[in-house]
Design a protein around this ligand. Structure first.
Ligand SMILES: Cc1ncc(COP(=O)(O)O)c(C=O)c1O
Length: 377
């Protein structure tokens, strides 16, 4: 049965391993008390050592379009003397064309994370509430705490399926679809019904939609309270560039524009992002390859007695039955294979594994088999 947790105060959310990583912030009297109390976001590890099979941060294992490499080569360093176009007009036009909307319905951000953060400032009053599912993208509670707003989390069902308490309300609801870290896609008819009924803004975070069979982009064009955000970090293989975008009603997009930094997307990012979105065929080919590897990995893990959830993203959510997720994480790490483990009551029994190349995934499966043999011998 779905459990609707009472609204949390900013200081009660976002408590994570971040403070363990960085150490507690001293109370100096110079820092807002809610910032002193909150925990920051804990990003996945970016190892400095070589030879690591890196399946922990949902990056794309394949390089971006050759058009990106060419644009990079052709970039004239002297142009960096000038500020970039503050409105990213060319990229706007191209993205609007991709989604059949007007450029005024498009906002471009320094990664989609920036858009999520701006949304908390544009759409939530100081006394307002920010909603999201639990578990979902672990940045949402951190953003709510940073905004100083109350969190209104909604626990997903026992199998991480959609649940929504009657009469639920929030000023802004972050809805990752496909969800992270589960990779599961919420059915579009349910999402649509929720958006229609929800009084506040619904930001559908479609970071992984290019790997899914269905998306909700049309809701951003037809409903007046829905924004859909996308990123070039995943399917377009450009996590290092930091470009994301959102599509939504003009009024909401205009609000984001009002509060953004003047030059939030640098000149290099604008040029390279334009090259990337000019080669959708390349992105789609890679997304199809990743979906095929996802199917193979899911089948292999099921054979090795893992519970595997149906993924529509570039990662899978899985629970080993013969070893704890925490121990398997550590065993793999020792073998230089990095996956992601999120400690905590809802997530601690599971691992999130990014889909790598066929070769990387074969190495992962071989090492899991070795670990299994070692345990049962
Ligand atoms: C659900 C979700 N949204 C957004 C992001 C961030 O995307 P970006 O790199 O565009 O900031 C991530 C990154 O892992 C994610 O998992």
């Amino acid at each position: 049965m779905a459990q609707h947790r009472p609204f949390l105060k900013p200081e009660e959310v976002g408590r994570s391993a971040a403070s363990a990583v960085r150490g507690p912030i001293e109370k100096t009297g110079l820092i807002r008390s809610s910032v002193v109390r909150m925990a920051g976001y804990t990003p996945g590890e970016q190892p400095a050592e070589t030879g690591v099979i890196k399946l922990n941060t949902n990056e794309n294992p394949y390089p971006p379009s050759p058009l990106v490499a060419r644009a990079l080569r052709e970039m004239d360093a002297a142009r960096l003397r000038l500020y970039p176009d503050p409105l990213c007009k060319e990229l706007h036009r191209r993205i609007a064309g991709m989604h059949g909307c007007s450029p005024e319905q498009v906002f471009i951000g320094n990664g989609s994370d920036e858009i999520l953060s701006l949304a908390t400032r544009a759409f939530v009053e100081d006394t307002g509430k920010i909603g999201y599912f639990v578990p979902s993208y672990s940045l949402y509670p951190v953003l709510a705490a940073a905004r100083g707003a109350a969190s209104a989390p909604v626990e997903l069902g026992p199998r991480f399926e959609w649940t929504m308490p009657k009469g639920y309300s929030s000023d802004l609801f972050f809805l990752a679809n496909p969800n992270a870290p589960t990779g599961m896609l919420f059915p579009k008819n349910i999402v649509k019904q929720f958006c229609r009924r929800h009084g506040g803004v619904v930001l559908i975070d479609e970071a992984y939609a290019n790997f899914a069979e269905e998306d909700c982009m049309d809701l951003a064009v037809t409903l007046d309270n829905v924004i859909v955000s996308r990123t070039l970090s995943k399917a377009f293989s450009l996590a290092g560039l930091r470009v994301g975008y959102a599509v939504g009603p003009r009024a909401l997009v205009e609000a984001l524009f009002k509060i953004k930094d003047s030059y939030n997307v640098d000149a290099l990012s604008q040029r390279l992002a334009l090259a990337a979105v000019s080669d959708l065929a390349h992105m789609r080919r890679n997304a199809r390859k990743i979906a095929a590897t996802r199917r193979k990995l899911s089948a292999a893990l099921a054979k090795l007695k893992f519970e595997v959830f149906p993924s529509q993203a570039n990662f899978i959510w899985t629970r080993p039955s013969w070893i704890s997720a925490c121990d398997l994480f550590a065993e793999l790490r020792r073998r230089k294979i990095f996956v992601r483990h999120f400690p905590g009551p809802r997530t601690g029994d599971y691992l999130r594994i990014t889909i790598g190349t066929d070769h990387e995934v074969a190495r992962l499966v071989a090492e899991i088999r070795n670990i299994m043999r070692g345990r049962t011998a």
